[in-house]
Design a protein around this ligand. Structure first.
Ligand code: PLP
Length: 363
């Protein structure tokens, strides 16, 4: 059986360095907000090409804290893609803001910038873009709209660490006003537990976030804001420091697999994913579409290929968002009905890649 994602194998590759990183933290006697977190924040800021990185506990809270730092609340609307992973939308509603759901482009799975302006009202305060499945969303039009209407651009980079905006030399997390990253184990840059980060070039925002993630405290036992506890712990930061050094190599391996799939999968019942340019996609997921998705998935499993669906139920059809049940979002629903993610990971062998291609082509 070809596993959808073999995390053991991915981390085994770095075993010695990870063991040493963990030992270093254990021996230091300092476990939260110390040297390891500061080092990683510095390295990740540099990697993304931004002034500031603030380590936090997970990706959801990274987005949540950005919205909190901007003091957006129940009178405010935030534009989000309708087909995103639900965490993007949860970050909006946990601040009592209203998520305004916008359809994606069926070709890139990313926000359709042409549909945004008609949804902007005098309550709109921000546009949250999501670089879904690892493909960077083109921000050119979105930034122009944000300037025109004085909106913040928040990037959800949880699936796209290291991707470049289409036709630029800038990495995701560096063009919006603030960006949230997740280091959940299965992400392209994954910890061995939960972790997250915020990147920004705004000094004032960064200072506020440093306090907000730590009870709103800028100085021990003095509190400027009603903050939360959302810190990146020293062990995870040390492990992330090891894995960050290999992120570009791993992303390149993913690109090579995607290239092989795209060149060799040939089946007219399947639509392959497309890219704007090579470097703009880091292939967190390789999502194909098929009108007989469920049958296709069963067939693949029977033939030794494990797959996943990202995602089976769109946010507006979730019980948690019953108020959105009546929304008409045909493209989003089509994607959720047809999407299937094939295995893709830096540790896949050529034999495994060839087997996936062969099995898919035989269907
Ligand atoms: C994983 C993910 C998140 C949430 O990150 P966690 O660290 O799991 O909280 C947010 N947005 C997207 C698009 C994600 O894929």
């Amino acid at each position: 059986m070809i596993k959808f994602l073999d995390l053991y194998k991915i981390n085994k590759y770095y075993r010695t360095n990870i063991d040493n990183a963990i030992k270093r933290v254990l021996d230091s006697g300092w476990y939260v907000l110390g040297k390891e977190c500061r080092n990683f924040e510095e390295e990740f800021a540099q990697y993304c090409g931004v002034e500031y990185c603030i380590g936090v506990a997970n990706g959801l809270e990274a987005l949540d804290l950005i919205i909190k730092a901007y003091k957006l609340n129940k009178h405010d609307e935030i534009i989000v893609p309708a087909n995103t992973y639900i965490a993007s939308i949860l970050a909006v509603s946990s601040n009592n803001c209203t998520p305004v759901l916008i359809e994606p482009s069926i070709n890139t799975f990313n926000l359709n910038a042409d549909l945004i302006e008609e949804k902007i009202t005098n309550k709109t305060k921000a546009i949250m873009v999501v670089h879904l499945y690892g493909q960077a969303c083109d921000l050119t039009k979105i930034i122009k709209l944000a300037e025109k209407y004085n909106l913040k651009v928040i990037e959800d980079c949880a699936q796209a660490h290291g991707a470049y905006y289409p036709n630029t030399n800038k990495r995701v997390g560096s063009l919006g006003n603030a960006s949230g990253f997740s280091f959940y184990p299965g992400k392209n840059l994954g910890a061995l537990g939960d972790g997250g980060a915020i990147t920004t070039n705004c000094d004032e925002l960064a200072q506020k976030l440093i306090a907000l993630r730590n009870y709103g405290s800028h100085k021990k036992y003095e509190n400027l804001y009603k903050g939360i506890n959302s810190r990146l712990d020293e062990i995870q930061a040390a492990i992330l420091g090891v894995k960050l050094q290999h992120l570009d190599t791993e992303n390149q391996k993913r690109r090579e697999i995607a290239k092989l799939y795209r060149e060799n999968i040939n089946n007219n019942k399947i639509i392959l994913p497309s890219t704007i340019d090579k470097r703009s996609h880091v292939w967190h997921l390789f999502v194909v579409r098929s009108q007989e998705r469920d049958k296709f998935q069963k067939y693949l499993l029977k033939n030794g290929v494990q797959t996943m669906i990202h995602y089976p139920i769109p946010p507006h059809k979730q019980e948690a968002y019953i108020e959105y049940k009546g929304l008409n979002l045909p493209i989003t629903e089509k994607i959720h009905n047809e999407a299937l993610s094939l295995p893709i990971s830096p540790v896949m062998t050529n034999q495994e890649i060839e087997k996936v291609i062969k099995v898919v082509n035989k269907w």
